[in-house]
Design a protein around this ligand. Structure first.
Ligand code: ADP
Ligand code: ADP
Ligand code: ZN
Length: 216
């Protein structure tokens, strides 16, 4: 099963992708996580991406398409995967379709998570992220058991540099201009399933599972 999670920054893509990955035994592929790891490791990819990410801009299409093409050839993707944060432009969506076409693969569902801007800003300003495993937490909505410490791996929780209010607003603008058109793009292909992202994490997960299992 190949799944795309679509939605603005803060919609809960990472949170839901991790739950789906656990439930269905398929890998979560997050271009944001891969890029942040590259920045942390100081690789040439990280050096190229860092300035874009800090401004809240998209990293150039060719760079992220390269990352995804390489990642999808890994053996753990054989039984399917969940794409979190890719594609983010029509150029990326077309490249994905072409890559899948060559390998006889298809996208099964595109799950679009909808949340109001006000709620997104509230979520993102309160987000804390594990430095080691990138699990997302929230100081208000999803706090860890022990303040500042990841429940999953014991790693330190930090605030992402791009989760300050000014950069959040820039990212929401970028989403509206460059990524939101993908809603219509996948709707036309009959792949789009919209779920409301307002509500408890578990409730939204139920709705996402409903889509994946063909119940809705
Ligand atoms: P995205 O990957 O779409 O940017 P995340 O999964 O990182 O989103 O979630 C953004 C923030 O919102 C995190 O702090 C997360 O803990 C919180 N969050 C996720 N889902 C919900 C929800 N249903 N209700 C409230 N807060 C949520
Ligand atoms: P979000 O919380 O906004 O969903 P991500 O972790 O998905 O954050 O992405 C963080 C940053 O990484 C983005 O603002 C962008 O600079 C870069 N990035 C991630 N995925 C892509 C992509 N598919 N195309 C271009 N840039 C990307
Ligand atoms: Zn962790």
């Amino acid at each position: 099963m190949n799944l795309i999670l679509l939605g603005p920054p803060g919609a809960g893509k990472g949170t839901q992708a991790k739950l789906v990955a656990e439930q269905f035994g398929i890998p979560q592929i997050s271009t944001g996580d891969i890029l942040r790891q590259a920045v942390k490791d100081g690789t040439s990819l990280g050096q190229e991406a860092q300035a874009y990410m800090e401004r809240g801009d998209l990293v150039p299409d060719a760079v992220v398409i390269g990352i995804i093409e390489e990642r999808l050839t890994q053996p753990d993707c054989q039984a399917g995967y969940i794409l979190d944060g890719f594609p983010r432009t029509e150029v990326q969506a077309n490249a994905l379709a072409e890559t899948l076409g060559k390998r006889g693969g298809t996208i099964d569902h595109v799950v679009n998570i909808e949340v109001s801007d006000e709620e997104l800003i509230h979520r993102l300003t309160g987000r804390r992220t594990c430095k080691e495993c990138q699990e997302p937490y929230n100081v208000t909505f999803n706090p860890p058991q022990r303040e500042g410490v990841c429940d999953k791996c014991g790693g330190e929780l930090i605030q992402r540099k791009d989760d300050d209010e000014e950069t959040i607003r820039a990212r929401l603008g970028v989403y509206r201009e460059q990524t939101a058109p993908l809603v219509a793009y996948y709707e036309k292909q009959g792949l789009l399933r919209t779920v409301t992202g307002a509500g408890a994490i578990r409730e939204i997960f139920d709705a996402v599972c409903g889509v994946v299992e063909g119940r809705s």
